[in-house]
Design a binder for this molecule. Structure first.
Ligand SMILES: NC(=O)C1=CN([C@@H]2O[C@H](COP(=O)(O)OP(=O)(O)OC[C@H]3O[C@@H](n4cnc5c(N)ncnc54)[C@H](OP(=O)(O)O)[C@@H]3O)[C@@H](O)[C@H]2O)C=CC1
Ligand SMILES: O=C(O)C1=N[C@H](C(=O)O)C[C@H](O)C1
Length: 276
């Protein structure tokens, strides 16, 4: 079976490094020797598992995508870049005609979906590629659909902790808010409590020292109107390894959808995991 060509954008960032390495080591995929990077990156190339990956600055992004088409023919993009890049990168992918997996959070999410739906390509878009967290999301989606208003009158607190350099509020947390809203809890994403102070993370939360630079901790707490009942849901991720498997599954899934002729379609990670 021929390999799936994959361009990982967002090198030399945290996720760009870990995902490109994972793709390069997986014999289902061929990592492309080019990656779109950000304006602040001085390096011309980075080495990934023995592959010298050329880094294209924003002014060269379109040329880099087209050059990769010339060199590799078809390929799929995995984007783990920056919230500010979500919409412009997606617009460029759609303009050049490259299907993509968008792991980057933030940006204008309704506009992101509209861009793909108005295009001739397909995409997988998900704020969290960890399959177990996607499974939890699916449970929340089921509860919200099956028992709307379930937590009417309850109050929600949502606390998320990430590494100090994280550019945005947790996209995972924002996605979960919509399920609680459907279950009768009025809550706005600007009420999400973000913890970014390493000392607080280490001393108060108990984030292990070695993961202060890369973790994603989320706790959702619901308390009844008379305060006699409390529900708490927590998912704490240390490091970034957990995102590898879901990202690979999303690439394989999208490749099959492209081969089936899907155009103008956005797929979620729940659909990827259901294989539908
Ligand atoms: N879906 C999921 O499961 C997960 C999603 N994420 C998300 O992935 C994103 C990246 O996270 P992380 O790797 O930690 O962030 P980093 O800041 O470590 O890396 C981001 C990289 O992208 C570069 N960049 C900036 N603008 C562009 C652009 N227009 N095109 C390509 N690259 C660009 C940055 O360059 P510069 O330094 O110049 O800005 C930087 O090198 C975040 O949105 C995060 O929330 C993270 C983990 C899991
Ligand atoms: O920036 C991160 O690290 C993560 N970002 C994603 C998000 O914003 O939800 C997923 C995970 O929490 C890690």
């Amino acid at each position: 079976m021929s390999k799936i060509n994959v361009m990982v954008n967002g090198l030399p960032g945290n996720m760009g490094k870990i995902i490109s390495s994972s793709i390069a080591r997986d014999d289902r995929f061929q990592l492309l020797d080019a990656s779109l990077t950000g304006p602040g990156i001085p390096d011309k190339a980075v080495e990934v598992e023995g592959i010298s990956v050329n880094l294209a600055l924003p002014e060269d992004h379109e040329n880099a995508l087209k050059a990769a088409l010339e060199k590799y023919g078809s390929y799929i993009i995995v984007d783990y870049s920056h919230p500010s890049a979500v919409n412009p990168n997606a617009e460029l992918y759609c303009k050049v005609g490259i299907p993509f997996v968008m792991g980057t959070t933030g940006g204008d999410r309704p506009a992101l979906i509209q861009t793909v739906e108005n295009s001739g390509i397909a995409a997988v878009i998900a704020p969290n590629m960890a399959k177990q967290i996607v499974g939890f999301q699916a449970m929340m989606e089921y509860a919200a659909k099956t028992f709307p208003g379930l937590f009417e009158g309850y109050t929600l607190t949502l606390v998320e902790s990430h590494q100090q350099g994280k550019a945005d509020t947790s996209g995972t947390a924002k996605a979960m808010v919509s399920y609680f809203n459907k279950m009768g809890v009025p809550f706005e994403t600007d009420e999400i409590v973000q913890i970014r102070d390493p000392e607080q993370q280490k001393n108060d939360l108990g984030v292990p020292e070695e993961y202060l630079g890369g973790h994603g901790w989320h706790t959702y707490t619901l308390v009844s109107p008379d305060k006699t009942v409390k529900f708490s849901f927590t998912h704490n991720v240390n490091g970034r390894d957990i995102y590898r498997g879901g990202t690979a599954d999303a690439v394989v899934y999208l490749s099959k959808k492209v081969a089936a002729g899907e155009k103008g379609r956005v797929f979620s990670m729940i659909e990827v995991m259901q294989g539908i």
